[in-house]
Design a protein around this ligand. Structure first.
Ligand code: NAD
Ligand code: UGA
Length: 460
């Protein structure tokens, strides 16, 4: 079959895989190929067990794989054969040199640009899909235009706004798609070509265009605003715990103001995931770089509140369990950074588990999708940690149950059965406010939610 467009994505991760599967699914006349330096990852994309768990992903990969969606290893060939190239490589926080702990590590993006230049035999559109500091396109363009030949490379910014766990519905029905380009003849032509792809399934009014720098910056700002809401509600949860106010009631009252809105106001153990922290730190670094110290500190406080929330949670466990966890068994329900994903990157559960272990507790971890990653994250801990998928088996004999991920299945468990199997007094720390606290209290648990009065059977 002759394909209308030949599209390549470099980077077969959480973004590259699902977003390209969606394009292939919606555009059967386009050939979409995804490559990666990690050949195990490519093998997994070609196998029955995909490397990324996302509800609905299996279905669309099955429908498109080896028809117009391909996962391939030979990056050089694929660069040569395709006309539109998405760059969806990782952009972690730098761990070395200038800007360590703050700035984005752009080495993978830069390597990709150099590879594209080296192996291209025709002009191409190169699209930044990774989240990048504003002005990265300039560096990409400088590299791509350093060749001796006549080839041209038009760089676009098309940041991805999908969230994990809801990636497929976010990709199928996004709030908006953002395309940034230069406002030159070639820039506008490339913008129109990318718009044409998305317009196959997304209404035109949702495909917004901007200058390339606004597009790069909008992605960082969107994540910073989302994370800021989580830190805002978490900061108020601390005040609720001191004043007997209830964070759910406060969030409801505040969120019903249509100017504020009710989404992203769930208090918990703090945000995790591979992006919020790194993107805010990147924003903080950019502000400092441009001499905007006040702006930098404002955004840095979002990360500080997030760390404070996790510290508070641990301190609360320790204080209420008579100031010692040594030799006590603690069961963790949920290790993923949010529900409906197996991803544990920057999950608060990693930090919380390490802290529990450092207090000499024995920890049983249960999670329906994230146990493999949990074992990798905690590989340095050789003793006192067990991974048990069945929640009832994991919690039996434990002194405390700690809920860290809002998996639906935890809301539906038989808490009487759980209580009966635990050591007494039984403690329940609900880090996501997902279970029926009054019911659990009446069963016999001492219940400690986030931002709500504790329900304890102990007399003062
Ligand atoms: P990831 O680590 O899951 O995937 C990145 C992949 O790129 C890896 O498999 C890596 O091997 C590959 N790679 C790196 N350098 C390469 C090279 N030179 N050639 C070929 N492959 C290379 O990362 P991710 O979660 O998919 O995120 C990718 C980007 O998208 C990041 O900038 C991130 O901030 C952004 N983003 C992520 C999400 C999300 O939900 N995870 C959402 C929106 C945006
Ligand atoms: C987030 C953004 O929502 C996406 O738009 C963005 O594309 C993505 O980052 C990215 O750039 O990587 P993601 O991290 O996958 O998506 O998941 P979110 O739903 O945003 O949750 C992030 C964290 O905040 C989770 O740990 C979640 O539990 C926490 N959270 C979220 C709360 O604690 N309370 C809330 O009310 C909402």
């Amino acid at each position: 079959m002759k394909f209308k467009k030949k599209i390549l994505c470099i980077g077969a991760g959480y973004v590259g895989g699902p977003s390209m599967a969606m394009i292939a699914y919606k555009c059967p006349d386009c050939r979409v190929t995804v490559v990666d330096v990690n050949s195990d990852r490519i093998d997994a994309w070609n196998s029955a067990e995909l490397p990324v768990y996302e509800p609905g992903l299996d279905k669309i990969v099955k429908k498109t794989r080896d028809k117009n969606l391909f996962f391939a290893k030979n990056i050089e060939n694929q660069i040569r054969e395709n006309d539109i190239i998405f760059v969806s490589v990782n952009t972690p926080t730098k761990t070395y040199g200038a800007g360590a702990g703050m700035a984005s590590d752009l080495q993978f993006v830069e390597k990709t640009a150099r590879q594209i230049l080296k192996h291209s035999r025709s002009s191409k559109i190169v699209i930044e899909k990774s989240t990048l500091p504003v002005k990265t396109a300039l560096a990409m363009e400088r590299i791509l235009s350093s060749g001796k030949g006549k080839l041209t490379f038009e760089v676009l910014s098309n940041p991805e706004f999908m969230a994990e766990g809801t990636a497929i519905s976010d990709l199928e029905n996004p709030d908006r798609v953002l395309i940034g380009s230069h406002e030159t003849k070639n820039g506008l032509k490339a913008r129109a070509e990318l718009t044409e792809i998305y317009a196959r399934w997304i209404p035109l009014e949702k495909i917004i265009t901007s200058n390339i720098w606004s597009s790069e910056l909008s992605k960082l700002v969107a994540n910073a605003f989302l994370a800021q809401r989580v830190s805002s509600i978490n900061s108020i949860s601390a005040l609720c715990e001191k004043t007997d106010a209830d964070i759910s009631e406060v969030a409801k009252a505040v969120g019903m103001d249509s100017r504020i809105g009710n989404k992203f106001l769930n208090a918990g153990i703090g945000f995790g995931g591979s992006c919020f922290k790194k993107d805010i730190l990147n924003l903080v670094y950019l502000c400092s770089h441009y001499g905007l110290q006040e702006v930098a500190s404002y955004w840095e406080s979002v990360v500080k509140i997030n760390e404070y929330q996790q510290e508070r949670f641990i301190a609360n466990i320790l204080k209420n369990m008579f100031s010692t966890l040594a030799g006590k068994k603690i069961c963790i329900f949920g290790f993923a950074f949010k529900a409906d994903t197996g991803d544990t990157r920057e999950s608060p559960a990693i930090y919380i588990t390490r802290k529990l272990i450092s207090e000499h507790a024995e920890v049983n971890i249960s999670d329906p999708k994230a146990l493999k990653n949990a074992a990798i994250d905690l590989a340095a801990i050789k003793e006192n940690v067990k991974y048990i998928e069945d929640p009832y088996r994991a919690v039996a004999g434990c002194h405390a149950l700690v809920i860290l991920t809002e998996w639906d299945l935890y809301k539906k468990l038989n808490f009487q059965k759980i209580y009966n199997s635990m050591a007494k007094p039984a403690f329940l720390f609900d880090g996501r406010n997902i279970v029926d606290h009054k019911k659990c209290f009446s069963i016999g648990f001492n219940v400690y939610p986030i931002g709500k009065p504790a329900l304890s059977h102990f007399k003062n």
